[in-house]
Design a binder for this molecule. Structure first.
Ligand SMILES: Cc1cc2nc3c(=O)[nH]c(=O)nc-3n(C[C@H](O)[C@H](O)[C@H](O)COP(=O)(O)O)c2cc1C
Ligand code: SF4
Ligand code: FES
Length: 575
């Protein structure tokens, strides 16, 4: 395969589209897939066939289109009309009204000029929702594998690394380590065998950014990994993906086969000396296996437990060989950086956090789904402009970022720029992109307990501070949410948090106290109310009393009576 042959594949694909008068893109990713995406596609195919339009209309299943909460989604081309909450029963009128009658189906149409779309900057998600993830030709037709061809044909290995360094890209798996620096360290180590690993373990509860990218644009990850392999001098790559992602696994398997057949992977890629293969390794869904040393142990067939670092994977990784390990989203950014240049990427975002970040919006927010925003955008813009704010006229209480390792950001910090440094300053982290929005109905103590239970269950048990400390922390939090805690417990909680954070072996234990520390910092009164007054303002802790309803202005005598019969007040078993 030469670079010219690659262009020819792309041209042929684009030419083949000219025979269609219209295209229908049906979201075939996680949420839409499980709520009937395939049936909708079949119904649309039948509706087209019934009107002799089968060869005129191209119907494809795509990756996530972003607005998951309004799914299943269907997008019509060339008009770019977006239909939401589509059912198979809508297929006939979509085809009849939209394609035959040339009139959009008004009650299904959703505007595409809203901030949800206009405030996003898709780079890692660029082709998502626009291409058929099972077709390498579609990917190539949209400029796919041109970055790999360019890297191998026109760049030296150091040249590729220089480009990635100048982009300012930082690892999207959580810690934000500079990607170019990591690549140059692996490149410099002398070894006959090096590996490239993609961390697709994605263990944060509720997070689905990586899954969506693997399902919706798998070739971009393969291309990013191959570029990395060329840059650092590796010949073998592994994608470590959790077994709970069957669709992602299926699409990756297909993509790898197609890439091998088209010689994007294999020997002498683009007629060079560069050989690179990628294999899948399926994880069993343990959160700790997302930690890089545990992940590598798991790939090697050993128990997935972390080990002390150094040595870092870049020095001694898989089977003791230098190993480059990056997150899915990190690799997904690489082709665009090589095609457009590091400077272009560095022009987006803030001084220290370049480019964009993908977030999965969840919780009490109108537009739940997948978004990609420039670094530095304010949290307020994400939640209220892109996310549409809190449903049912609710009031914003806090945003949780970073999952079990992260923290809660209250309303007074809504205007902070979303970048690595600013989030850390308010006691949270960027994490891998989970963003859960909470309103007044969420209890912060319960939330801390939920994440602690998660860490306790997921602790691998190798070191005592984490194995025992998370259990003890969970017990204290449980006492609080059940109205059995004393003020002494608050001190114990803080002491335990410090101990677990400072003495655990790996990031799981070191960051497990974060949700407690952050909620204690911003919502201490809520903890005190649970302990002193046995009241849970949010009404989530059912063993406690709910928040007293605001009292109506009235005479003092009446007030006393009203206070005794507050509506919604529940017994905590101690009154
Ligand atoms: C408990 C734990 C779980 C982790 N899970 C993930 C994960 O699911 N995906 C990921 O990319 N990184 C995860 N990480 C971070 C990885 O160890 C590693 O830093 C990251 O994959 C490096 O890639 P990056 O530089 O591209 O961010 C986890 C870390 C810890 C401590
Ligand atoms: S901190 Fe927790 S997860 Fe990490 S090695 Fe220790 S016990 Fe295992
Ligand atoms: S899964 Fe369909 S829009 Fe996200």
């Amino acid at each position: 395969m030469t670079i010219d042959e690659l262009y020819e594949i792309g041209q042929n694909f684009r030419r083949s589209l000219e025979s269609f008068s219209a295209e229908i893109h049906v979201c075939g990713s996680g949420g839409c897939f499980s709520s009937g995406g395939m049936q909708i596609r079949e119904a649309l195919e039948q509706a087209c066939a019934a009107r002799n339009l089968a060869s005129d209309v191209r119907i494809i299943s795509t990756g996530c289109m972003g607005l998951c909460g309004a799914g299943p989604l269907v997008r019509m081309h060339p008009s770019n009309t977006l239909y939401v909450k589509v059912t198979p029963a809508d297929a006939d009128r979509i085809v009849e009204q939209h394609l035959v009658g040339n009139t959009p189906v008004a009650d299904l149409a959703h505007p595409t000029d809203t901030p949800f779309f206009t405030k996003q900057t898709p780079i890692a998600l660029k082709n998502m929702g626009h291409i058929d993830p099972e077709s390498i030709d579609d990917y190539i037709g949209h400029g796919g594998y041109e970055a790999l061809a360019k890297a191998i044909t026109y760049y030296t290995q150091d040249g590729v690394i220089l480009e990635v360094r100048s982009s300012g890209l930082r690892g999207r798996g959580g810690a934000g380590y500079p990607t170019g620096l990591k690549w140059s360290i692996v490149r410099k180590v002398k070894s006959n065998q090096k590996y490239v690993v993609c961390n697709a373990d994605e263990g944060d509860p509720g997070a689905f950014m990586d899954r969506a990218m693997l399902e919706g644009n798998p070739h971009a990850i393969l291309e990013g990994m191959a570029i990395a392999g060329y840059a650092v001098g590796a010949t073998q790559g592994y994608i470590y993906v959790r077994g709970e992602y069957p669709l992602a696994i299926e699409r990756l398997k297909k993509a790898i086969k197609q890439a091998e057949r088209t010689q994007m992977l294999g020997n002498r890629i683009f007629d060079s000396e560069f050989n690179f293969r990628i294999d899948l390794r399926i994880g069993a869904g343990a959160f700790v296996c997302g930690e890089e040393t545990a992940l590598m142990a798991s790939i090697e067939g050993r128990r997935g437990q972390p080990r002390p670092r150094p040595p870092y994977p870049s020095q001694s990784g898989l089977w003791g060989m230098p190993t480059l390990l990056n997150n899915v989203e990190t690799y997904a950014n690489v082709p665009a950086i090589i095609l457009n240049g590091g400077k272009w990427f560095a022009g987006i975002g803030t001084e220290k956090s370049k480019g964009t970040k993908v977030f999965a919006l969840a919780g009490r927010i109108k537009n739940t789904g997948l978004i990609e925003v420039p670094m530095g955008i304010s949290l307020r813009e994400i939640i209220f402009d892109i996310g549409g704010g809190i449903p049912d006229g609710g009031e914003f209480k806090a945003a949780q970022t970073g999952g079990p390792s992260g923290g809660c950001i209250p309303a007074q910090h809504l205007d902070i720029p979303v970048d690595y440094e600013s989030l850390a300053q308010v006691g949270s982290i960027m994490g891998s992109g989970g963003l859960i929005v909470m309103d007044k109905s969420s209890c912060m103590v319960k939330l801390a307990q939920y994440f602690m239970e998660f860490c306790m269950d997921e602790s691998c048990g190798k070191c005592i501070p984490c194995r025992v400390g998370t259990v003890q922390l969970h017990k204290v939090l449980e006492r609080m949410t059940q109205g059995r805690a004393s003020m002494e417990d608050l001190g114990i909680l803080e002491e335990l948090c410090d101990m677990v954070k400072d003495t655990s072996l790996c990031g799981l234990g070191q960051t497990a106290p974060n949700p407690v520390v952050s909620t204690l910092h911003f919502f201490r009164k809520e903890y005190e109310d649970h302990i002193h007054a046995h009241v849970c303002d949010a009404g989530e802790c059912t063993a406690l009393a709910a928040a007293p309803a605001p009292e109506p202005p009235s005479a003092p005598a009446e007030k006393t009576t009203a206070a005794k019969t507050k509506p919604g007040r529940r017994s905590n078993g101690r009154d």
